[in-house]
Design a protein around this ligand. Structure first.
Ligand code: NAP
Length: 488
């Protein structure tokens, strides 16, 4: 196993523009820290507005050649990148753990998941198709083709540093779009190391460009306002997504928005409780709860609420908190002090309104930004924790009386990303599929993401879908041509 120091030495510390690693012109740098210790891991380039413009110039310059590069070649580069990622999987897992905090086993899971987008979209590249046929009147021939949208700006969050990048970069490459990628300043190292991997896989210069910056809005806004940009794909919080949509409106950009969530986790009295508890652990504590898909509200039928709470508390009390590199750790640090303060405020508010703490309930003293795995029960309606994304290891239980009450509570949010339902009754499960207002649903499962599935939300959780056969269409536009009837 490579040492952390040797790995960090291999990660580029510059911007990746036009196929070259270039210094920033800002004169500033970003210190990337380990959230488990607060220690600086690496100092990297901090892009200026001019660097952002240079990255877009490079993407624009590469666009025409990339759009006409055969789909098979685009697909094979993605396949090569997939293979290289398998060779470097331990390095990527370690890098994510030290810059983001998640336990190594979860980072390994993210490498597997994130890598699948390379393989999936490598396969999809050669399946881009159209339509050729007579119009209904028989007066002409209709030709429908799919064209790459063009230069794209891809903005990613810190919580899944690899998978959120590959979920955008792979379909863009497959579709024939060039891009500028901007990872979060808190966890940029994985994306920089991934750009190196793409370079090693033979991706031509300028097809993917990566800028890291602390001047996020200042650098991003001119890129979004540039008329040569044709697409904005964003994963992050709803308020930032709303602000970016407003900016994108001026250029009538194609947009994909993967935004925040407030997932209900509904447990009916006929559920298999072992299955529900195992699902709860996954849906809530994976990634320390820092996932848009994290179960935010546990809505449990009154008759089994006490038993569910007891069982889940026993499991949560056994979770081990520590630096993600250590053996046996289940819960790493939260990303920063702000995240700890948010979890603290939400728990305190719930308790002030009558909730009971069954385990945990506070931050962990000492270095690093740790919060104890927590279970709350009796969470009252109106508590902030039921309205806001917790983004921390806090499981909040409230109760419902009957199916209508469960549906009403589950849908009582502006978000609509994912829901989880546990029941043994298939007909009830099917009714919930129809009634719950979310883009995705897990029925008796606590985790459902898959590169082959369309990931995305409704309501204020976003626009568009990533992954599956829909994912590549986010980077394609439809062109229709009518030709005169050759027999007329
Ligand atoms: P965030 O604060 O919205 O940031 C996301 C990205 O946007 C980062 O790269 C950030 O850069 C950048 N950004 C922030 N302000 C910007 C601006 N004015 N202009 C351009 N870019 C800007 O979200 P986060 O805290 O990183 O991520 C957590 C959020 O993402 C949660 O709400 C979570 O639910 C959501 N999420 C959604 C999905 C999904 O698929 N639906 C997946 C993962 C996460 P800097 O941080 O460097 O400033």
């Amino acid at each position: 196993m490579i040492t952390e120091a040797d790995l960090l030495a291999k990660v580029p510390d510059r911007l990746f523009i036009g196929g070259a690693w270039v210094a920033s012109t800002s004169g500033r740098s970003i210190d990337v820290r380990d959230p488990a210790t607060g220690r600086v891991l690496k100092r990297i380039a901090d892009a200026s507005v001019a660097d952002g413009a240079a990255a877009l110039d490079a993407a624009v310059a590469a666009q025409d050649d990339w759009a006409t590069t055969p789909a098979r070649v685009r697909g094979e580069i993605l396949r090569k990148a997939f293979d290289l990622l398998q060779e470097r999987k331990e390095e990527f897992a370690l890098l994510m753990t030290i810059e983001m905090g998640k336990p190594l086993a979860e980072s390994a899971g993210e490498v597997a998941y994130g890598g699948e987008f390379l393989r999936w979209f490598g396969e999809e590249a050669v399946r881009i198709s159209g339509h050729y046929g007579s119009n209904p009147e028989g007066t002409g021939t209709m030709i429908v083709t799919q064209r790459p949208v063009g230069p794209s700006f891809l903005i990613t969050p810190w919580n899944f540093p690899l998978a959120m990048a590959t979920r955008k970069i792979a379909p863009a490459i497959a579709a024939g779009c060039t891009s500028v990628v901007k990872p979060a300043a808190l966890t940029p190292l994985t994306t920089l190391y991934f750009a190196k991997l793409l370079d090693d896989a033979g991706l031509p210069a300028g097809v993917v460009n990566v800028i890291t910056t602390s001047a996020t809005s200042e650098v991003s806004s001119p890129i979004i306002a540039d008329p040569r940009l044709r697409k904005l794909s964003f994963t992050g919080s709803t308020p930032v997504g709303v602000s970016l949509l407003k900016q994108a409106a001026d250029g009538v950009l194609r947009t994909s928005m993967e935004l925040g969530g407030n997932a209900p986790f509904v447990v009916f009295e006929d559920a298999d409780l072992d299955q529900a508890v195992a699902g709860a652990l996954l849906a809530k504590f994976r990634n320390m709860g820092e996932a848009c898909t994290a179960a935010n509200r546990f809505i449990v039928q009154e008759s089994i609420a006490a038993e569910f709470a007891d069982r889940v508390t026993a499991a949560v009390s056994a979770l081990v908190v520590g630096r993600g590199t250590e053996d046996g750790v289940n819960i790493g640090p939260l990303i920063d002090q702000k995240a700890v303060a948010k979890a603290t405020a939400l728990v305190d508010d719930a308790v002030a309104r009558g909730a009971t703490v069954l385990t945990g309930g506070s931050a962990v003293d000492g270095d690093g930004t740790f919060y104890q795995p927590t279970v709350l029960t009796g969470v009252a309606r109106g508590s902030d924790i039921l309205r806001e994304e917790i983004f921390g290891p806090v499981l909040a239980i409230s109760t419902f009386t009957d199916e209508d009450d469960a549906v009403a509570q589950a849908n009582d949010t502006q978000y609509g990303l994912v829901s989880y339902v546990f029941t043994r009754d298939l007909a009830r499960g099917q009714r919930m599929i129809e009634k719950l207002q979310t883009g995705m649903m897990g029925l008796n499962v606590g985790v459902l993401s898959n590169a082959a599935a369309p990931f995305g939300g409704i309501k204020q959780s976003g626009l568009g879908r990533e992954g599956g056969s829909s994912g590549i269409h986010e980077y394609l536009e439809t062109k229709y041509t009518l030709t005169a009837n050759p027999f007329a």
